[in-house]
Design a protein around this ligand. Structure first.
Ligand SMILES: Nc1ncnc2c1ncn2[C@@H]1O[C@H](COP(=O)(O)OP(=O)(O)OP(=O)(O)O)[C@@H](O)[C@H]1O
Length: 256
């Protein structure tokens, strides 16, 4: 997983337990909190360093609290942030980002946290919007719209990459957001001829746009400060296609 924060980009590795079809396999690595040692013929041949290495006994919540929460907190302060999962098919990207009923992923944990933080910040009023985009076979699809149009992606005059025509919906509770995501997932699956295949060959970007300003009537005695300005940040939460399949998404050149 790679995340952007004040210090730049953080790269963390998450190891998952072996799954059923891997039973009988022996782990070919040793994990330390910041290091992976690849073992070959019982000799330690190569080691790689990362900002953090999560073992298979660590939970998504552990990953969230250490890696994602600071990014969510800074998005609440008006700084853009991106959290994305990268790895080959079946490495655990969707498990980590979306999760399941037993183990909520980083996206639902972030959403819950955003609303908790709003409750603890009565002096500011917030406006939240969400969008859900899929990139598959060279096409950008709006997962919150039933229209079949393909969206256009372009750089604007400030060199920001923009997806034109992407639907943004206002959300006012964690439940609202989860319903939106479920709607998007349904649309994604409806479009799939082979659901698993598509899910491992498409990228999805779930974006929360967090806008806030100081409440004018909250503390009239305070001097007007910079905090009265509107703060807007985008929080991108990305579940990439299996890394070995990137070529099959049809994305090339700039789009890739
Ligand atoms: N940390 C974990 N603990 C337990 N099970 C896990 C963990 N991570 C992944 N799994 C399981 O491993 C399998 C593959 O995970 P997942 O579907 O998230 O992979 P993926 O990287 O999203 O694959 P794809 O690129 O094909 O979409 C799933 O059955 C999932 O439940």
């Amino acid at each position: 997983m790679a995340t952007a924060n004040d210090d730049g980009v953080k790269v963390c590795i998450r190891a998952r337990p072996l799954i059923r079809r891997e039973s009988g396999c022996q782990a070919q690595w040793e994990l330390d909190t910041q290091q992976i040692k690849l073992i070959s013929n019982k000799e330690k041949v190569k080691s790689y360093m990362f900002d953090r290495v999560y073992g298979d006994d660590e939970t998504t919540r552990d990953v969230y609290e250490e890696v994602a929460e600071p990014i969510v907190q800074s998005a609440m302060q008006g700084f853009h942030g991106t959290i994305f999962a990268y790895g080959q098919t079946s490495s655990g990207k969707t498990y980590t980002m979306l999760g399941n009923t037993n183990s909520p992923g980083i996206i639902p944990l972030a959403v819950q946290d955003i609303f908790n933080m709003i409750q603890k910040t009565p002096e500011r009023e917030f406006l939240l919007r969400a969008s859900y985009l899929e990139i598959y076979n060279e096409n950008l699809k709006d997962l919150l719209s039933t229209e079949v149009t393909t969206l256009k992606i372009k750089e604007d005059e400030f060199k920001h990459v923009r997806v034109y025509g992407l639907h943004e919906e206002m959300v006012t509770s964690p439940d609202d957001v989860m319903k939106l995501m479920a709607r998007g997932e349904k649309l994604r699956h409806m479009a799939a001829t082979n659901m698993n295949d598509r899910s491992s060959r498409s990228h999805t970007i779930f974006k929360m746009i967090i806008e806030s300003r100081e409440r004018v009537d909250f503390n009239r005695t305070r001097e007007v400060s910079d905090d009265t300005a509107v703060k807007v940040a985008q929080l991108n939460m990305v579940d990439l296609a299996g890394s070995e399949r990137a070529s099959q998404t049809g994305a090339e050149g700039q789009r890739l």
